[in-house]
Ligand binder design. Sequence first.
Ligand SMILES: Nc1ncnc2c1ncn2[C@@H]1O[C@H](COP(=O)(O)OP(=O)(O)O)[C@@H](O)[C@H]1O
Ligand SMILES: [Mg+2]
Length: 275
Amino acid sequence: MTSPAFSPATTTPSDDRRQEPHMPTHAPAIQVHGLEKSYKDLHVLRGVNFEVTRGSIFALLGSNGAGKTTAVKILSTLLRADAGTARVNGFDVATQAADVRESISLTGQFAAVDEILSGRENLILVARLRHLKNPGQVADDLLARFSLTDAGGRKVATYSGGMRRRLDIAMSLIGDPPVIFLDEPTTGLDPQARIEVWQAVKELAEGGTTVLLTTQYLDEAEQLADRIAILHEGRIIVNGTLDELKRLLPPAKVEYIEKQPTLEDVFLSLVGTKA
Ligand SMILES: Nc1ncnc2c1ncn2[C@@H]1O[C@H](COP(=O)(O)OP(=O)(O)O)[C@@H](O)[C@H]1O
Ligand SMILES: [Mg+2]
C-alpha cells in the first residue's frame, strides 16, 4: 500500500491501471487464504491461496486426487476447513454459511437430473422448490439460453450427455446465483458434448456470473479459463492467465521454427511427472 504523500510525481504503470474506468470496484467473488484440510493422516490441502474476480472463469487444474473437490466442498460449505479462511460473494464460508449457500450453485460430476421427467419439467420442479414466481417462464428462458428449446418437452432419458450436462448447469442457475461451482463439468463427455458445455459456460461468464470450475483436462482450462491455478501436492503452485503460464517456459527453438509451449508442457514441467 502506498500512501498518496509518497506517490512519485510521474505516473507509474500501476497508477494507470488503478485509474481505468473499467476496473471492477467490488471485492473478488472468491477469496481463499491459507486453506488446509486433512482426512486423518492425509494432508490434502496444505495452505491454498487464490482469488477469483467477479464475472471471470477460474480453473482449478489438478490431477486426480489433487484436492479439487475438497476445495470446492469447502467453498460451498459442504465441508469445514481445518485452517484458513474463504469468502464467497463476500461471505465467510465458516461463519456465514447460509449467505454463502444463497450466493452459489454447485454442479457435481454426476448430473442430478431426473430421467423420467422432461427437461422443462426438471427446470420447473427446481424453480418451484426455490419458490420462484413464474416457473414455466423461468424454464423456457433457460431452455432457450442453453439451446434446449426443441428438446425441452422430451424425457431426459433421451438426451445426449452434452444435453444432460447443459440441463444440469441450467438447473443450477435457477435463482440467479452470482457464483457457480462446476466440479469437472465435462468428465466423461464425448468431444462434441464437451464443446457444447464449454459454450454454455462461456455464456454464463459473459452474463456476469463468476465461474469456478475444476478440471483435470488441460485443454478445458486452456479453452475456458480467464485464469488457471494448478493445485499440486496441497498448494497452488502457479496461478495466472494462459499467456502468463506459457511464459514460465522459454519457447523451444528448433533451427528455423519456434515452438510455443503448450499448457501441457507448462503443467508437466511444473508438476514434474508424466502419467
Ligand atoms: N471423505 C474422504 N475421506 C478420506 N479421504 C478422502 C475423502 N475425500 C477425498 N479423500 C482423498 O483426498 C484426496 C483428494 O480428493 P479430492 O478432493 O476428491 O481430489 P480431486 O477432486 O482433485 O480428484 C484423494 O486422495 C482422496 O482419495
Ligand atoms: Mg474431484
